[in-house]
Design a protein around this ligand. Structure first.
Ligand SMILES: NC(=O)c1ccc[n+]([C@@H]2O[C@H](COP(=O)([O-])OP(=O)(O)OC[C@H]3O[C@@H](n4cnc5c(N)ncnc54)[C@H](OP(=O)(O)O)[C@@H]3O)[C@@H](O)[C@H]2O)c1
Length: 233
């Protein structure tokens, strides 16, 4: 069994990679910074020596690189058992005064990355009638909030992508799950000064992704909504 995770060098992606590694899955890890990705791959290889780990740096916000990533992942006719579209970026701002170009950037990183990579991998998955796609959306996909701006718009769009894909893939035997996490402690929160115990752990999100992947072929978890016990910040 194999699992592709984008944005796997740190944060939620790394936690999800570790969970599937512990489950015996071979991993394919992608993010932009090759050094960081190699450190993560080395760490997981040392901890889980029986699994295979492939990694390569791609900027998935760039359509050409997303398609090249799809080709690299499909080499030799491979098709993913699990694909986790997790790569993403948060630029805070408000629609009325955020910098010009932020919407385009957020759509490229948070939506087009998943759209183009998934489309590149789908033909082999459809031919095999097997696979499970997770799209890491956000509470910001469900609800507007101050300083959400273009990020929130792009995450609403990712949820739309996930819902459409779910409907389309029903007859093809491919599962699609949208995960909507609230705040979970990762590097992106490190500078905020927030008490890590106020929000979720990255491992909490990984647990739910893994659990949703373990059901029978005839059962699909369509949506997972997760919030800190005390609610949103
Ligand atoms: N943590 C939260 O509270 C939270 C809540 C809701 C939703 N989310 C979503 O969960 C996902 C992961 O969040 P996180 O907190 O783990 O973020 P993070 O710590 O900033 O990690 C983001 C990961 O994505 C990679 N990445 C960023 N841009 C990329 C690009 N253009 N191409 C390829 N890889 C890219 C990063 O590596 P490089 O920089 O090397 O590329 C890194 O591995 C995101 O989609 C985020 O929106 C997070």
């Amino acid at each position: 069994m194999n699992c592709i995770i984008t944005g796997a060098s740190r944060g939620l992606g790394k936690a999800i990679a570790e969970k599937f590694a512990a489950g015996g899955y071979d991993l394919c890890l992608v993010s932009r910074n090759g050094d960081a990705l190699q450190r993560t791959a080395d760490e997981l290889a040392a901890k889980y020596p029986s699994i295979g780990i492939r990694w390569r740096a791609f900027d998935l916000a760039d359509k050409r690189q997303a398609l090249a990533c799809g080709e690299w992942l499909s080499a030799g006719g491979a098709s993913p058992d699990i694909l986790v579209n997790n790569a993403g970026q948060f630029i805070p701002g408000s629609v009325h005064d955020e910098a010009d170009g932020v919407l385009e950037k957020m759509m490229e990183v948070n939506l087009y990355s998943a759209y183009h990579l998934t489309r590149a991998l789908l033909p082999a998955m459809i031919a095999r009638k097997k696979g499970h796609i997770f799209n890491i959306c956000s509470i910001a996909s469900l609800k507007a909030y101050p300083n959400g701006g273009a990020y929130s718009i792009s995450k609403f769009a990712l949820a739309g992508f996930s819902k459409n894909l779910r409907e389309e893939m029903k007859p093809h035997g491919i599962k699609v799950t949208a995960l909507y996490p609230g705040a979970a402690y990762t590097d992106s929160w490190a500078a905020s000064g927030i008490d890590p115990l106020r929000i979720m752990e990255a491992g909490d999100i990984a647990e739910m992704v893994y659990a949703a992947s373990r059901l029978s072929a005839q059962a699909t978890v369509e949506e997972i909504v997760m919030r800190p016990q005390l609610g949103d910040l």
